[in-house]
Design a protein around this ligand. Structure first.
Ligand code: PLP
Length: 353
C-alpha cells in the first residue's frame, strides 16, 4: 500500500517478478533456470579455506584476482572487465552509465523482463522490436535502431540463439548505438560468444553470469566485457553507488569456479543432453517445443493454456514458469533439471494428454 513517504516514481514502478519460491511443500523446481548440479568441488574447497575473521575487513573493491582471472579466460585486458553482483547489476550499471532520462532503448517484445523494468526505473522510453512469427530475432529489424539495443543471446524465455554473424551485422549497422548482448545462457548454445568482437566494435558490451552454467545463482556474480572506455564509465557508476559490490566470499568462490573449466564443460554437456532428450520426448507427446540453446525449454501443451499447464503441474509438485503477455500465452518455460526430475515432469505431462 502506498504510504505518504513514497515518491511518485516509486509508486509508479512495475518491479521484476522473480520465479516463485513456495515453501508449503517440496517442489521439483524447474522455474528459475538454476543449474540442477552443484558448483565445482573447487568452490566448496574455496569456501572451506575461508577464514571468518577476514570478514571484518572490507572486500577488495576492484575484485582484482577475479577480474584478472576473467580477463585471462576471455583473452581481454583487466580494464575490459567489470565484475558485478550478478549480471542484473551489470545491466543496471549499463542503463545508468549510458542513458539519461527520456532516452530510448530497444529490445524484443519477448525477451528478458528486466530490460523493461530497468528502462522504467531510469525513465527511458522503450521501443519494442517484435520477434518474427517463429520467435526468431531478425537482425534486419535492428538496422538503424532508434535507441540503444539490448539483446539476450540466446534469448529468454524463447531459448532461441542468434548466430554471431547476425549480431555482427547489427553492430555494423548501428555504429553510434550501444549494443548490449546478454549472454546468460551462452555456455549451452551452439553459437559463438560475442566477447571476441569487443576488440573490433567499440559499441559492444557483453554481459555474462555465474548463475546458470556455473551453478552459482546463490552467490550473485556476473560480469561485463567491453572496451576500456565503456568499462570505465560503468566503474564510475559502481564507485558512485556501491564500491564494495562483490563481497569476499563471492570473490573467492568466483576465482575457484574459474579454475575448473573441465567441470563446467561436463555439467553443461549433461544439461544439454537432458535438454535434447526431453525436447524430443515432449515433441513425441504432441507439445510444441521451440529449439533451445539454453538450459530451459519453451513448451506449449496441445490442450492447455500456459497458465493452466503451469497450475496443473504445480498441483503435482512441479514448478515451471508462465509469462502472462501477448503471443506467448500458450507456453510455459521449463528449466532443465536432473534426468530424474525431467522424467517426473514428462510423466505428469503424459498424464495430462
Ligand atoms: C538469469 C538471467 C540474468 C540474470 O542473472 P543474474 O543471476 O543476475 O546473473 C540475466 N539475463 C538473462 C537473460 C537471464 O536469464
Amino acid at each position: 500500500m502506498k504510504h505518504r513517504f513514497w515518491s511518485d516514481s516509486t509508486a509508479g514502478l512495475t518491479p521484476y517478478t522473480p520465479g516463485e519460491q513456495p515453501r508449503d511443500r517440496t517442489y521439483c523446481k524447474l522455474n528459475t533456470n538454476e543449474c540442477p548440479y552443484p558448483p565445482s568441488p573447487a568452490v566448496s574447497d574455496a569456501l572451506l579455506a575461508l577464514n571468518s575473521a577476514d570478514l571484518r575487513l572490507y572486500p577488495d573493491p576492484d575484485a582484482t584476482a577475479l577480474t584478472a582471472a576473467l580477463a585471462a579466460e576471455k583473452g581481454l585486458g583487466t580494464d575490459q572487465v567489470l565484475v558485478c553482483g550478478g549480471s542484473d547489476e551489470a545491466l543496471a550499471f549499463a542503463f545508468m552509465a549510458f542513458y539519461a532520462q527520456g532516452d530510448t532503448v530497444c529490445f524484443a517484445d519477448i525477451t528478458y523482463g528486466f530490460y523493461a523494468v530497468y528502462a522504467r526505473l531510469f525513465g527511458l522510453h522503450i521501443h519494442e522490436i517484435p520477434l518474427r512469427e517463429d520467435f526468431t530475432l531478425s537482425a534486419a529489424d535492428y538496422m538503424d535502431a532508434p535507441g540503444g539495443i539490448f539483446i539476450a543471446n540466446p534469448n529468454a524465455p524463447t531459448g532461441i540463439a542468434l548466430a554471431r554473424e547476425r549480431i555482427e551485422e547489427l553492430l555494423c549497422a548501428n555504429p553510434d548505438r550501444l549494443v548490449v548482448v546478454d549472454e546468460a545462457y551462452i555456455d549451452y548454445a551452439p553459437v559463438a560468444s560475442c566477447v571476441p568482437l569487443i576488440a573490433k566494435y567499440d559499441n559492444l558490451l557483453v554481459v555474462q553470469t555465474f548463475s546458470k552454467s556455473r551453478a552459482l545463482a546463490g552467490m550473485r556474480l556476473g560480469a561485463a566485457f567491453a572496451n576500456a572506455s565503456l568499462i570505465d564509465a560503468m566503474n564510475r557508476i559502481k564507485y558512485s553507488f556501491n564500491p564494495y559490490n562483490i563481497d569476499r566470499v563471492s570473490q573467492a568462490v568466483g576465482c575457484a569456479a574459474l579454475q575448473d573449466p573441465l567441470y563446467l564443460q561436463e555439467v553443461t554437456a549433461k544439461v544439454i543432453a537432458t535438454r535434447e532428450r526431453v525436447a524430443a520426448q515432449l515433441g513425441g507427446l504432441g507439445c510444441r517445443v521451440l529449439p533451445s540453446a539454453t538450459n530451459f525449454l519453451f513448451v506449449a501443451h496441445p490442450k492447455w493454456t500456459g497458465h493452466t499447464f503451469c497450475a496443473k503441474l504445480k498441483e503435482q509438485g512441479i514448478l515451471v514458469r508462465y509469462f502472462d503477455q501477448p503471443r506467448i500465452q500458450s507456453f510455459v518455460r521449463v528449466s532443465i533439471g536432473t534426468d530424474l526430475e525431467m522424467d517426473q515432469f514428462l510423466r505428469e505431462v503424459e498424464a495430462m494428454m
